[in-house]
Structure formats: C-alpha cells, structure tokens
Design a protein around this ligand. Structure first.
Ligand code: FAD
Ligand code: PYC
Length: 419
C-alpha cells in the first residue's frame, strides 16, 4: 500500500513537471538526405544492427535506415524473444552461436539493458522417437562445441514442476534436453539499443518512410523511391522480413520465400510459475514467462501463406488446448493479448545474407520464425559484405546461389516450433 501511494505521488510529481517532455530522445528522428553511401530498407533488428555495425566496425557512417512504420514495429517487436543456438549443422551452429555470444555482451556494447535472461531453453520428448531425435540433436550440438544436456523425466520435473507428469497424460513426458545458455531477451530493447547506438554514430533513422520502388541504371540499383522523394545510394540493402518477396519483386527479383502469419499470445500476469523457456515441437507449442509475469504462449505458422497480420483461429485453439493439457494449473488463466507477424519462410529454414542478382542490391531475409536470436550476427555479417564486398566466413554458406547449387542447409528439424 505504501509503495502504491509513493508511486502515485511520483506520477503526479512527474506529470506536474511536464511528464516525459524533457526526456532526451534516444535517437535523432532524421529527415532523409538525397543520397547515402548505404541505404538500409527496414528498421527492424536486422536493419538497425546492420547500420550499427557498418558505422562501428567499418567506419561507414553515411548510412540511412528507412522504415515504413516505426522501428521495431515488425517482427522484432512481435516475437517471443527466444535466443538460442541449438541448431544441427556446423554452418548454423557457428552462425547462431556467434550471435548468442554477441547477445551475451550486447547490453554493455550498446550501453542499453537488453535484459538477456539465460534461464535455459528446454525441449520436451513425448515418445521414444522424440528421445532418439533429441539425443542426435544434442550430440550434434556438442560436436559443434555448443552446450546441450539430455534430461530424464525427473530432471525435467525439477526444472518445470507444473508440467503434466500424470500417468494418464495425453502427451506423456519421457525426458528432453536443454541448452542452458539460451533464454529470452527484451525485444524492443534490442531495436531501441541498436537504434540509439547507430544514431549516436551518425546513422540517419527515418521512420514513416515506406520504400515504393527502386531507381535503376541499367541492371544496377542506385536508389529507392519513397513518398518523401527519391533517395540515391551506392548500395541498397533489404532487411524487411515478411515483405522480402514484395520488395524484391519491385526490383525484378523472384525470391524462394513464402510469407506466413506466425502468432503468439500472453496471459494476464501472475507471480513466477515458469522457470525456463519450454518447447514441445510435437505439440507445436512453447511457453515462457515474461518479467511482467505474463505467460507467453506461442505456436506454429498458419497453414496457408498470407499477409494478414493476425493469425488464424485454428492454430490459436490448438495452442491453447496444448497449454491446458501440458500445464493444467494454467488452464484458468485469462488471455490478455494475441498478435501475429508475417514471417519469410525458405525451403531449408535457413537465412539468406548477401548479394541479389541485381548489382547494388543486397538482402538479409529468410529467418522465418527464428530471426530474433540472429539479429546481432545478421547485422554483423551483412555489414561486412556491404563494407568489404567479400562474404563474412559465417555468412558464406547462406547465399542465394544455394538454391541453384543444391547446397541447402536444412534446419527444419531444429527450427524449434515451426518454419
Ligand atoms: P522486422 O523486425 O519485421 O523488420 C522489418 C521491417 O521492415 C519492419 O519494421 C517493416 O515495417 C519494414 N518494412 C517492410 N516493408 C517496408 C518498405 N516497403 N519500406 C520500408 N520498410 C519496410 N525469432 C526468434 O529468434 N525467437 C523467437 O522466439 C521468435 N518468436 C517469434 C514469434 C512470433 C509471433 C513472430 C512473428 C516471429 C518470431 N521470431 C522469433 C522471428 C523473428 O521475430 C524475426 O525473424 C525477426 O524479428 C526478423 O527481424 P527483421 O529485422 O528481419 O524483421
Ligand atoms: O526461434 O526459438 C525460436 C522460436 C521459437 C518459437 C518461435 N521461434
């Protein structure tokens, strides 16, 4: 009661002083220049991180980030914030673990608390087949130098006692595995932290500026069209996630990308009830608890391609049925919010980071349901390509030409929940 009173008095005092009016903006709201060295289309995590590393790692500061809406308003601000590097193939293990390592020091790097909480990501096994598949998965991770521990049912129970361990459970829990270094981070803070740091280095962040076309000289892309006029650039890079094929087609490029809605939801806030991030790939559902106390619940992509940013009811029903089955004590919680984002799915569930067939136009896309964890490495490696004209070793296997050569890196089994 005392706390509540002093909080209200503080609010009143703050309001009397003009509220937030005298707070310094975290980044400069820039007017677009007529030309840049590098223009990045898309002010999500990947676009902002690319701008930051161009300026920080390569000294290229004449950079503009054009965002159709507000920064972080796309998937970066809509995801369920799982950061992990538990992939199967060496190429992916290297890529995602480099990202996790950058995440581990990101709060210090950006001087912005991104609230990384390495509470562990646990994957459940409900059958003998799941146990076999997960022991191969965990062994592959260990071979790639990444932490993974197989868990028996007692260890799962000590980590998440509220799961349904009843003998009559519809989906019995036989065990699982955990990556203990994995866990959630605050999604908005990642966008805001990169934006603030990039802006401080001289990058222009332009919101409410949708790109509606490309300026070409012959085959080469030399700029973009926007409602605020044409903007020229030596190089243009797309980091527009769910809208990658829309933008690429404006430049005459067909991408091997299909867009789907992916949804998530949160319950009303409750005191701490979950300790880890828990996934059940067989049920297509996963759970964690936010620092505010909301139970965060997610599922798989919709069963049909779409740009309708809401998510279909049948997926929601299935996800909530799975939640009530797996966590009976959460069954009476009320849902507070549900939302969706449009994700860009590629046949091998791996990203594309590098040049397109149009000179002057590069791309970062194809992260599908799993690119929040990859924001630091996506930005780092695309910035390297834009600055040097050479692929970063980590990004070399993730080029568009793999769809011609057949050197696919099929991570569908490790995509976690969907993709
Ligand atoms: P975005 O953040 O979507 O940014 C792209 C930006 O481009 C948008 O802001 C958009 O407005 C802008 N844009 C689009 N068109 C134009 C245009 N014409 N001109 C200018 N700008 C334009 N990943 C994980 O790793 N862990 C998770 O737990 C996880 N959970 C998820 C849960 C949900 C419900 C969803 C939807 C996604 C989840 N993801 C997760 C995936 C992750 O959110 C994305 O892969 C990642 O955020 C992509 O980042 P981005 O910067 O490429 O895209
Ligand atoms: O990438 O870990 C992930 C994930 C889980 C659910 C959606 N994305």
């Amino acid at each position: 009661m005392k706390l509540r009173t002093s909080y209200s008095l503080w609010n009143l005092l703050n309001a009397a002083r003009g509220g937030h009016a005298d707070w310094a903006p975290a980044w400069v709201e820039a007017e677009p220049k007529s030309a840049y060295d590098v223009l990045i289309v898309g002010g999500g995590g990947h676009g902002l991180a690319t701008a930051y590393y161009l300026a920080k790692n390569h000294g290229i500061k004449n950079v503009g980030v054009l965002e159709a809406g507000w920064i972080g308003g796309g998937n970066t601000g809509r995801n369920t914030t799982i950061v992990r590097s538990n992939y199967l193939y060496p190429e992916s293990a290297r890529l995602y673990d480099f990202s996790l390592k950058l995440y581990e020091s990101l709060s210090q790097e950006l001087n912005y608390n991104i609230m990384l909480s390495q509470r562990g990501v646990m994957t459940l096994a409900h059958s003998r087949h799941d146990l076999d598949a997960q022991s191969r998965w965990a062994n592959a991770m260990r071979c790639n130098g990444i932490d993974a521990d197989l868990l028996d049912v007692h260890e799962v129970k000590s980590l998440e006692p509220r799961l349904n361990f009843s003998a009559s459970a519809r989906f019995p829990i036989l065990g699982g595995f955990i990556q203990r270094r994995a866990g959630p981070a605050r999604h908005d803070a990642v966008a805001w932290g990169y934006a603030r740091a990039a802006s401080a280095l001289g990058v222009d962040i332009v919101q409410n500026c949708p790109v509606s076309g490309f300026i070409k000289q012959g085959e080469r892309v030399v700029g973009v069209q926007t409602p605020r006029g044409p903007i020229r650039a030596d190089q243009v890079a797309l980091a527009v996630a769910g809208h990658s094929s829309v933008l690429a087609s404006m430049a005459g490029i067909e991408l091997p990308v299909t867009s789907y809605a992916l949804q998530a939801m949160v319950s009303e806030p409750v005191k701490p009830v979950l300790n880890t991030v828990t996934l059940s790939p067989s049920l297509g559902t996963y759970w964690s608890q936010s620092d505010k106390g909301e139970v965060v619940i997610g599922g798989g992509i919709d069963h049909f391609p779409s740009y309708a940013q809401r998510g279909s009811f049948d997926v929601m029903q299935q996800v909530l049925a799975a939640t009530a089955e797996m966590f009976p004590s959460l069954g009476r919680l009320r849902l507070l919010r549900q939302w969706a984002g449009i994700v860009d799915v590629v046949v091998d569930s791996s990203p594309i980071i590098g040049p397109t067939s149009a000179p002057g136009l590069s791309i970062n896309c194809g992260w599908g349901t799993g690119g929040f964890k990859a924001i630091p490495v996506g930005g780092w490696t695309l910035a390297h390509w834009l600055a040097t004209g050479r692929h970063h070793a980590l990004a070399e296997p993730f080029q568009l030409d793999r769809f011609h050569s057949g050197r696919l890196i099929d991570e569908a089994a490790a995509a976690g929940i969907a993709h």
